[in-house]
Design a protein around this ligand. Structure first.
Ligand code: GLY
Ligand code: MN
Ligand code: MN
Length: 439
């Protein structure tokens, strides 16, 4: 199923951003730079998320300029020219004409001419929005363009007086996902869910953590999701307690759990799922007890994802269930209120319950407005991912608990009534996991 953001939606985003900009301003945004992997081999190109959001244009060596009120066109793209000889080696280039025809820009020029053209577009504008401080090389280019204008002040040129970070305006827009974006994210979630199911089924054969990683990649690629949204985490046994474990090279052991945190990227949108399951297909009593606590915490947090609740409410809900669970299992002493107040749960749960999700796995958008947590609104997408991690060297607990790491993570979108789970296609109850693995 092809799911694509319509060209018209990119144009609407550019319009909306220009409506939020000062009227006599200009916004300048570069495509992502290409990165050398080794010698003459480049890393696979991934477009800059902000540039992707405003253009849908997937090539490097491009710059977008938004110039509200410009008579000859308000949206301008600088990009590589078509070149049959180069295209024979490296593939199709859209070219400036194609950029206008296919991507809906008002005007387009060869990137090679940007130094001659862009200073003239900046001249007379009082404010320049750009990703200030993100890439020193681009900062220098902006300074060079400004110097060109400043060198002409005696001939009456007006250099801009203000340089402003673009992110503040743009990232608030990115926080609210459109119906088309949610459709792509749902598809990414569905592919990732299928990949987790495949990895679960493979686990009973044993082997190495990377054998499960291979199953994930197989399903992602099979559906045209050519990249992961972040390096996959496949941690068997105590490796599940290492939050960003990506070595994925240890043997899988019968009797251990394995924690997989992995998601594909589709049309630059991330999915982000974690499941934890027994290599053998059967949870031990200790694994079961801890798992039920994490699962109850995740349900409680998902229940708290609804309009008018604030960002921290799902985290607070998860924290209460996790902490009470630790007390009930004898892993933590004292009362719930004391444990929450003195944060004695922290050795077992040291991260937050989620993050915004979108073009970036840890997506943009403010979590607080001033001093207050952000209120949840329809269209906001986030993860819900509580966990419990009993360090293998934690001598404060009985040995039977040590080295168990559990996290359960789904991707949800706030709706009018509550939220929609985009990743429910992979089981998470003990019964459902054991049934899938026995299959
Ligand atoms: N996989 C990164 C995260 O869950 O935040
Ligand atoms: Mn994750
Ligand atoms: Mn996450």
């Amino acid at each position: 199923m092809a799911v694509t953001i319509p060209v018209k939606e990119f144009a609407e985003r550019r319009r909306k951003l220009m409506d939020r900009m000062a009227p006599d301003s200009i916004a300048i945004l570069p495509a992502a730079p290409e990165r050398v992997r080794n010698r003459d081999v480049l890393h696979p190109f991934r477009q800059d998320s902000d540039f992707q959001y405003l253009t849908g244009f997937g090539e490097p060596e491009a710059v977008l300029a938004l110039i509200p009120g410009r008579e000859h066109g308000e949206t301008v793209l600088f990009c590589k020219e078509r070149n049959p000889e180069k295209e024979l080696w490296d593939g199709f280039l859209v070219g400036p004409e194609g950029a206008i025809e296919r991507y809906g820009f008002d005007d387009a020029f060869p990137i090679a001419d940007i130094d001659d053209i862009l200073p003239g577009m900046i001249e007379g504008r009082s404010r320049v929005y750009y990703p200030l401080g993100k890439d020193p090389a681009f900062d220098n280019r902006v300074m060079d363009w400004l110097k060109v204008i400043r060198s002409k002040v005696r001939s009456g040129a007006h250099p801009p007086g203000e340089l402003v970070a673009l992110e503040h305006l743009l990232h608030d827009m990115r926080l609210y996902k459109s119906a088309a974006e949610i459709k792509v994210m749902a598809k990414a979630g569905q592919i990732s869910a299928e990949a987790h199911c495949r990895a679960m089924k493979r686990a009973r054969q044993g082997g190495y953590e990377y054998n499960l990683e291979a199953e994930l990649i197989h399903t992602f690629m099979e559906h045209g999701a050519r990249s992961t949204a972040y390096p996959s985490i496949v941690g068997g046994g105590a490796n599940g307690c290492i939050l960003h474990y990506i070595e994925n090279a240890a043997p899988l052991k019968d009797g251990d759990l394995v924690l997989i945190d992995a998601g594909c990227e589709l049309e630059c949108y991330a999915s982000d799922i974690t499941r934890t399951f027994p290599v053998s297909g059967k949870f031990s009593p200790e694994q079961k007890a801890l798992y039920e606590v994490v699962l109850a915490a995740q349900y409680a947090a998902i229940d708290a994802v609804k309009p008018d609740n604030h960002w921290n409410q799902p985290h607070e809900a998860a924290l209460r269930v996790l902490t009470q669970g630790l007390i009930d299992l004898g892993l933590l002493a004292g009362t719930l209120e004391d444990a929450l107040a003195n944060e004695s749960y922290k050795p077992f749960f040291m991260h937050r319950t989620g993050h915004w999700l979108g073009l970036d796995v840890h997506d943009v958008g403010d979590y607080k407005v001033g001093d207050a947590w952000r209120v949840l609104e329809p269209g906001m997408a986030l993860t819900v991912e509580p966990g419990l991690y009993i360090a293998p060297d934690n001598t404060d607990v009985e040995p039977r608990w040590r080295g168990i790491g559990i996290r359960i993570e789904d991707d949800v979108v706030v709706t009018k009534e509550g939220c929609r789970n985009l990743t429910e296609g992979v089981p998470k109850t003990i019964a459902d996991i054991e049934a899938l693995m026995a299959d």
